[in-house]
Design a protein around this ligand. Sequence first.
Ligand code: TRP
Ligand code: SF4
Length: 337
Amino acid sequence: MKKVILTGLRPTGNLHIGHYFGAGINYIKYQDNYEFYLEIADIQALTDNFDNPEKVKKNITEITMDLLSIGLDPSKVNFFIQSKISEIAELTVIYSNLVTVSRLQRNPTVKTEIMQKKEIFGNNGESITYGFLGYPVSQAADITAFDGELVPVGDDQLPILEQCREIVRKFNSIYSEVLKEPEQILSNTTRVKGLDGNIKMGKSLNNAIYLIDSDEVIYKKIMSAVTDKSKIKKDDPADPNVCMVYYYHKLIGNKDNTDIVCMECKKGLRGCVDCKKQLIQEMISFLKPIRQKRKYYEQHPEIVENILKEGTFKAKAKAKEQLQKIKKAMKIDYYDF
Ligand code: TRP
Ligand code: SF4
């Protein structure tokens, strides 16, 4: 029997190359070795986008197409939509008795996210919603509804996983040993820096290259990428290690080419404009097969819908079985109606 691996993505925007190198590449490897559930976490996305459900809806298909275009195989990965699995919502309610409010308030991920969302939750988080505070509980339901054993996440999500394990232990000690403690797999060991040199590439930072960016957009973005500021003239020697253009050459280019960029930059043998133009070509060819695949799905929305439908169908069956087991352990499986 293959182990169950499960991860989720909030459908709030398209994937960028940071997602690709930080997580997507690994998903492609997992799909061959595990029973893989990939949750499109629309309910979780609504916790901080409740006033914009249209955005969430649009991004369910966008993110699914992004994931398919990087090479996830729908015959190996169960893509499913969180809101379609009512068992997750039921489990969330059940687990909510096993978590204290103060423990949720102390969760470092929740705390940081409240700080980052000042405009939604106010400076001190005074308008934080019950739903947002409780999202770690709902995420514990996401994982345990499928008997998830391995959970690829970014390091920002580790406190959420820790909280999930606490819920599991509490459940098992009160009722009986039916839940598995999930283990994290750190997915963003390669964290991709932004065009501005920020250690994180992100939508809100406006420093990302998206998988769907057009040639023109890529051109503009790379032309404005941060280089070695001390280099003024074309033939000034510079330090490639403080330059984002070199950084992306290294990320997507082949080693020989990257070595040449490094050497020529240090010796003042290459101008930044030419160097950027070369990177633009590399980036365009790197993204080409991804875009081609995506185009196919864009032209066949019914195929994307079917992938989500079939994945959700299978996920639902699994969650239903798991919920029955859980209710039985709690002895709330009374009556048969
Ligand atoms: N909270 C995760 C994130 O923001 C997304 C997510 C939702 C998730 N449900 C999950 C991750 C279950 C792992 C397992 O990145
Ligand atoms: Fe960066 Fe290339 Fe300019 Fe060197 S020549 S600073 S690597 S853009």
